[in-house]
Design a protein around this ligand. Structure first.
Ligand SMILES: [Zn+2]
Length: 313
Protein backbone atom coordinates (compact mmCIF):
# COMPACT_ATOMS: atom_id res chain seq x y z
CA UNK A 1 0.00 0.00 0.00
CA UNK A 2 1.32 3.45 -0.96
CA UNK A 3 1.37 5.98 1.88
CA UNK A 4 2.12 9.68 2.21
CA UNK A 5 2.67 12.20 4.97
CA UNK A 6 0.45 15.26 5.41
CA UNK A 7 0.91 18.29 7.65
CA UNK A 8 -1.57 21.09 8.28
CA UNK A 9 0.32 24.09 9.69
CA UNK A 10 -1.98 26.42 11.62
CA UNK A 11 -1.23 29.47 13.72
CA UNK A 12 -1.61 27.61 17.04
CA UNK A 13 -1.44 23.90 16.16
CA UNK A 14 0.13 21.71 13.53
CA UNK A 15 -1.63 18.45 12.70
CA UNK A 16 0.18 15.74 10.80
CA UNK A 17 -0.55 12.21 9.73
CA UNK A 18 0.21 9.14 7.68
CA UNK A 19 -2.25 8.85 4.80
CA UNK A 20 -3.12 6.07 2.35
CA UNK A 21 -3.27 6.80 -1.37
CA UNK A 22 -7.06 7.17 -1.34
CA UNK A 23 -6.94 9.80 1.39
CA UNK A 24 -7.55 7.51 4.34
CA UNK A 25 -5.85 8.88 7.48
CA UNK A 26 -4.00 5.96 9.11
CA UNK A 27 -2.17 7.72 11.94
CA UNK A 28 -2.23 11.24 13.28
CA UNK A 29 -0.32 13.52 15.63
CA UNK A 30 -0.11 17.19 16.53
CA UNK A 31 2.12 19.74 18.21
CA UNK A 32 1.61 23.31 19.43
CA UNK A 33 2.99 25.99 17.19
CA UNK A 34 4.70 28.40 19.56
CA UNK A 35 5.30 31.32 17.26
CA UNK A 36 7.99 32.78 19.56
CA UNK A 37 10.26 29.93 18.43
CA UNK A 38 10.32 31.44 14.95
CA UNK A 39 10.40 29.54 11.66
CA UNK A 40 13.62 27.64 12.44
CA UNK A 41 12.37 26.25 15.75
CA UNK A 42 9.02 25.24 14.30
CA UNK A 43 10.62 23.62 11.23
CA UNK A 44 12.93 21.62 13.56
CA UNK A 45 9.89 20.32 15.41
CA UNK A 46 8.15 19.43 12.15
CA UNK A 47 11.19 17.49 10.98
CA UNK A 48 11.55 15.58 14.27
CA UNK A 49 7.86 14.60 14.39
CA UNK A 50 7.61 13.70 10.71
CA UNK A 51 10.82 11.63 10.88
CA UNK A 52 9.38 9.68 13.82
CA UNK A 53 6.16 9.05 11.90
CA UNK A 54 8.08 8.11 8.73
CA UNK A 55 10.31 5.68 10.60
CA UNK A 56 7.40 4.07 12.47
CA UNK A 57 5.75 2.99 9.20
CA UNK A 58 6.15 -0.75 8.59
CA UNK A 59 8.97 -1.69 6.19
CA UNK A 60 7.69 -1.62 2.64
CA UNK A 61 5.14 0.97 3.75
CA UNK A 62 7.51 3.94 3.91
CA UNK A 63 5.71 7.15 2.90
CA UNK A 64 6.50 8.32 -0.63
CA UNK A 65 6.20 12.04 0.00
CA UNK A 66 4.86 14.89 2.10
CA UNK A 67 2.30 17.62 1.44
CA UNK A 68 2.19 20.65 3.75
CA UNK A 69 -0.78 23.02 3.86
CA UNK A 70 -0.50 26.49 5.39
CA UNK A 71 -2.61 29.63 5.43
CA UNK A 72 -1.11 32.54 3.57
CA UNK A 73 0.56 33.42 0.33
CA UNK A 74 2.36 30.43 -1.12
CA UNK A 75 4.35 29.80 -4.28
CA UNK A 76 3.37 26.18 -4.82
CA UNK A 77 5.80 25.47 -7.68
CA UNK A 78 8.76 26.89 -5.74
CA UNK A 79 7.62 25.50 -2.36
CA UNK A 80 8.01 28.91 -0.73
CA UNK A 81 5.84 30.33 2.05
CA UNK A 82 5.92 34.03 1.14
CA UNK A 83 3.82 35.34 3.99
CA UNK A 84 1.49 33.84 6.59
CA UNK A 85 -0.84 36.15 8.53
CA UNK A 86 -0.99 33.83 11.55
CA UNK A 87 2.73 32.96 11.67
CA UNK A 88 4.67 36.08 12.65
CA UNK A 89 8.21 36.23 11.28
CA UNK A 90 7.65 33.85 8.37
CA UNK A 91 8.74 35.64 5.19
CA UNK A 92 9.90 33.89 2.03
CA UNK A 93 10.64 30.60 3.81
CA UNK A 94 11.67 27.85 1.34
CA UNK A 95 9.75 25.34 3.44
CA UNK A 96 9.32 22.53 0.89
CA UNK A 97 13.04 22.49 0.07
CA UNK A 98 14.13 22.39 3.70
CA UNK A 99 11.72 19.58 4.57
CA UNK A 100 12.59 17.65 1.42
CA UNK A 101 16.29 17.73 2.27
CA UNK A 102 15.76 16.73 5.90
CA UNK A 103 13.26 13.94 5.20
CA UNK A 104 14.75 12.78 1.90
CA UNK A 105 11.43 12.76 0.08
CA UNK A 106 9.37 14.79 -2.41
CA UNK A 107 7.57 17.65 -0.60
CA UNK A 108 4.75 19.88 -1.82
CA UNK A 109 3.61 23.11 -0.15
CA UNK A 110 0.07 24.36 -0.83
CA UNK A 111 -2.42 26.80 0.58
CA UNK A 112 -4.49 25.15 3.32
CA UNK A 113 -7.83 25.81 1.59
CA UNK A 114 -6.40 24.18 -1.55
CA UNK A 115 -5.35 21.16 0.49
CA UNK A 116 -8.76 21.02 2.16
CA UNK A 117 -10.42 20.98 -1.27
CA UNK A 118 -8.05 18.25 -2.47
CA UNK A 119 -8.97 16.14 0.56
CA UNK A 120 -12.71 16.48 -0.04
CA UNK A 121 -12.10 15.70 -3.71
CA UNK A 122 -10.03 12.58 -3.01
CA UNK A 123 -11.97 11.12 -0.10
CA UNK A 124 -14.96 13.30 0.78
CA UNK A 125 -17.99 15.11 -0.63
CA UNK A 126 -16.32 15.99 -3.94
CA UNK A 127 -15.11 12.53 -4.89
CA UNK A 128 -15.66 11.51 -8.49
CA UNK A 129 -15.80 15.09 -9.83
CA UNK A 130 -13.15 16.43 -12.22
CA UNK A 131 -14.07 20.10 -11.91
CA UNK A 132 -14.83 21.37 -8.46
CA UNK A 133 -14.66 24.39 -6.19
CA UNK A 134 -14.18 24.17 -2.41
CA UNK A 135 -15.00 26.82 0.17
CA UNK A 136 -13.80 26.93 3.77
CA UNK A 137 -15.91 29.14 6.03
CA UNK A 138 -13.83 29.95 9.11
CA UNK A 139 -12.21 33.10 10.49
CA UNK A 140 -11.96 34.01 6.82
CA UNK A 141 -13.26 32.39 3.66
CA UNK A 142 -10.76 30.23 1.77
CA UNK A 143 -11.15 28.49 -1.54
CA UNK A 144 -9.66 25.84 -3.77
CA UNK A 145 -10.20 24.94 -7.42
CA UNK A 146 -9.78 21.58 -9.08
CA UNK A 147 -9.87 21.75 -12.86
CA UNK A 148 -9.50 18.67 -15.03
CA UNK A 149 -8.67 16.56 -12.00
CA UNK A 150 -5.77 18.77 -10.91
CA UNK A 151 -5.33 21.55 -8.40
CA UNK A 152 -5.35 24.90 -10.20
CA UNK A 153 -3.18 27.56 -8.56
CA UNK A 154 -2.85 30.00 -11.47
CA UNK A 155 0.17 31.76 -12.91
CA UNK A 156 1.29 33.19 -9.58
CA UNK A 157 0.45 30.28 -7.30
CA UNK A 158 -2.35 32.17 -5.59
CA UNK A 159 -5.54 31.48 -7.58
CA UNK A 160 -8.95 30.63 -6.09
CA UNK A 161 -9.05 33.39 -3.46
CA UNK A 162 -12.82 33.17 -3.74
CA UNK A 163 -13.26 34.71 -0.29
CA UNK A 164 -12.29 37.96 -2.00
CA UNK A 165 -14.90 37.89 -4.77
CA UNK A 166 -16.70 41.22 -4.51
CA UNK A 167 -20.34 40.73 -3.52
CA UNK A 168 -21.14 44.29 -2.39
CA UNK A 169 -18.96 46.93 -4.12
CA UNK A 170 -19.63 49.50 -1.38
CA UNK A 171 -19.73 46.99 1.46
CA UNK A 172 -17.56 46.66 4.52
CA UNK A 173 -13.78 47.00 4.27
CA UNK A 174 -11.98 43.66 3.94
CA UNK A 175 -8.54 42.69 5.23
CA UNK A 176 -7.35 42.41 1.61
CA UNK A 177 -7.86 46.15 1.02
CA UNK A 178 -11.06 45.83 -1.03
CA UNK A 179 -14.66 46.20 0.11
CA UNK A 180 -17.65 43.90 0.33
CA UNK A 181 -15.74 40.68 -0.34
CA UNK A 182 -17.53 37.35 0.23
CA UNK A 183 -15.41 37.03 3.39
CA UNK A 184 -17.03 40.17 4.86
CA UNK A 185 -20.40 38.35 4.75
CA UNK A 186 -19.84 34.60 4.89
CA UNK A 187 -16.93 34.04 7.31
CA UNK A 188 -17.71 33.00 10.89
CA UNK A 189 -16.36 36.39 11.97
CA UNK A 190 -18.73 38.19 9.59
CA UNK A 191 -21.75 36.12 10.67
CA UNK A 192 -21.33 37.15 14.30
CA UNK A 193 -20.62 40.76 13.34
CA UNK A 194 -23.86 40.89 11.30
CA UNK A 195 -25.81 39.47 14.25
CA UNK A 196 -24.27 42.00 16.67
CA UNK A 197 -25.11 44.88 14.37
CA UNK A 198 -28.70 43.75 14.07
CA UNK A 199 -28.98 43.33 17.85
CA UNK A 200 -27.55 46.85 18.29
CA UNK A 201 -30.24 48.12 15.93
CA UNK A 202 -32.79 46.74 18.37
CA UNK A 203 -33.97 43.76 16.36
CA UNK A 204 -35.63 41.14 18.51
CA UNK A 205 -33.95 37.82 19.18
CA UNK A 206 -33.96 35.05 21.76
CA UNK A 207 -30.29 35.85 22.44
CA UNK A 208 -30.01 37.06 26.02
CA UNK A 209 -26.27 37.47 26.68
CA UNK A 210 -23.89 40.27 25.85
CA UNK A 211 -23.58 40.77 22.08
CA UNK A 212 -19.78 40.45 22.42
CA UNK A 213 -20.24 36.85 23.62
CA UNK A 214 -22.09 35.83 20.48
CA UNK A 215 -20.28 33.20 18.37
CA UNK A 216 -21.04 31.33 15.14
CA UNK A 217 -21.81 28.26 17.27
CA UNK A 218 -24.33 30.23 19.38
CA UNK A 219 -25.98 31.49 16.21
CA UNK A 220 -26.23 27.92 14.93
CA UNK A 221 -27.97 26.82 18.15
CA UNK A 222 -30.31 29.80 17.94
CA UNK A 223 -31.21 28.95 14.34
CA UNK A 224 -32.03 25.38 15.35
CA UNK A 225 -34.46 26.81 17.87
CA UNK A 226 -36.08 28.91 15.17
CA UNK A 227 -34.64 32.30 16.15
CA UNK A 228 -35.58 34.73 13.36
CA UNK A 229 -32.45 36.87 13.62
CA UNK A 230 -30.09 33.87 13.46
CA UNK A 231 -32.01 32.42 10.50
CA UNK A 232 -31.74 35.74 8.65
CA UNK A 233 -27.98 35.89 9.27
CA UNK A 234 -27.63 32.48 7.59
CA UNK A 235 -30.00 33.49 4.80
CA UNK A 236 -27.70 36.43 4.09
CA UNK A 237 -24.75 34.00 4.00
CA UNK A 238 -26.69 31.80 1.54
CA UNK A 239 -27.44 34.82 -0.63
CA UNK A 240 -23.74 35.80 -0.79
CA UNK A 241 -22.57 32.23 -1.44
CA UNK A 242 -25.22 31.84 -4.15
CA UNK A 243 -23.96 34.98 -5.93
CA UNK A 244 -20.36 33.79 -5.66
CA UNK A 245 -21.26 30.33 -6.97
CA UNK A 246 -23.20 31.81 -9.89
CA UNK A 247 -20.12 33.66 -11.13
CA UNK A 248 -17.78 30.73 -10.52
CA UNK A 249 -20.07 28.24 -12.31
CA UNK A 250 -20.71 30.65 -15.19
CA UNK A 251 -16.99 31.19 -15.73
CA UNK A 252 -15.71 27.67 -15.21
CA UNK A 253 -18.65 25.35 -15.86
CA UNK A 254 -17.87 23.20 -12.84
CA UNK A 255 -19.64 20.01 -11.75
CA UNK A 256 -19.87 20.84 -8.09
CA UNK A 257 -19.02 22.81 -4.96
CA UNK A 258 -18.07 21.55 -1.52
CA UNK A 259 -18.54 23.81 1.48
CA UNK A 260 -16.55 23.16 4.62
CA UNK A 261 -14.84 24.91 7.52
CA UNK A 262 -16.20 25.37 11.05
CA UNK A 263 -19.08 27.66 10.09
CA UNK A 264 -20.34 25.18 7.47
CA UNK A 265 -22.06 23.43 10.41
CA UNK A 266 -24.95 25.80 9.59
CA UNK A 267 -25.09 24.47 5.99
CA UNK A 268 -28.73 23.35 6.28
CA UNK A 269 -29.71 26.93 7.12
CA UNK A 270 -27.95 28.68 4.26
CA UNK A 271 -28.43 25.96 1.60
CA UNK A 272 -32.01 26.90 0.54
CA UNK A 273 -31.17 30.53 -0.25
CA UNK A 274 -27.82 29.58 -1.82
CA UNK A 275 -29.50 27.04 -4.10
CA UNK A 276 -32.33 29.42 -5.00
CA UNK A 277 -29.93 32.24 -5.85
CA UNK A 278 -27.83 29.94 -8.02
CA UNK A 279 -30.84 28.38 -9.78
CA UNK A 280 -32.40 31.74 -10.62
CA UNK A 281 -29.19 33.28 -11.98
CA UNK A 282 -26.78 30.72 -13.39
CA UNK A 283 -26.61 30.35 -17.16
CA UNK A 284 -23.64 28.15 -18.07
CA UNK A 285 -24.60 25.00 -16.17
CA UNK A 286 -27.81 23.18 -15.27
CA UNK A 287 -28.29 24.13 -11.60
CA UNK A 288 -30.19 20.89 -10.91
CA UNK A 289 -27.30 18.76 -12.11
CA UNK A 290 -24.39 20.36 -10.24
CA UNK A 291 -23.49 18.84 -6.90
CA UNK A 292 -23.67 21.22 -3.92
CA UNK A 293 -22.45 19.45 -0.81
CA UNK A 294 -21.39 20.01 2.74
CA UNK A 295 -17.84 18.80 3.44
CA UNK A 296 -17.71 15.40 5.15
CA UNK A 297 -14.14 15.00 6.42
CA UNK A 298 -14.02 17.81 9.00
CA UNK A 299 -10.57 18.30 10.53
CA UNK A 300 -9.13 15.40 8.52
CA UNK A 301 -9.68 17.05 5.13
CA UNK A 302 -6.23 18.66 4.88
CA UNK A 303 -4.43 15.41 5.78
CA UNK A 304 -6.64 13.43 3.39
CA UNK A 305 -5.57 15.71 0.54
CA UNK A 306 -1.84 14.98 0.91
CA UNK A 307 -1.63 12.14 -1.66
CA UNK A 308 -3.48 14.23 -4.26
CA UNK A 309 -0.32 16.27 -4.98
CA UNK A 310 1.49 13.16 -6.21
CA UNK A 311 1.06 11.94 -9.76
CA UNK A 312 0.59 8.18 -10.07
CA UNK A 313 -0.36 7.81 -6.42
ZN1 LIG B 1 -11.17 40.80 0.51
Amino acid sequence: MKTYLGLDLGGTNAKYGLVGSRGEVLERGRFSVRSERGPDGIIEEMIADLKALRDSAPSGGKPLGLTVGAAGRILTDEGVLVFAPNLPGWRNVPLAGRLSEALDMEVHLVNDADLYTLGEWLAGAGSGLDNLVGFTLGTGVGGGLILGGRLFTGSFGSAAEIGHMVIEPDGLPCGCGSRGCLETIASATAMTRTAREWLAEGRSSAFQGRPDDLTAATLFDMARQGDRLALEVFERVGWALGLALTSIFNILGLEGAVIGGGASAAYEFFLPRMRKELASRVFAVDADRVRLAQATLGDDACLAGAPAMFAGR
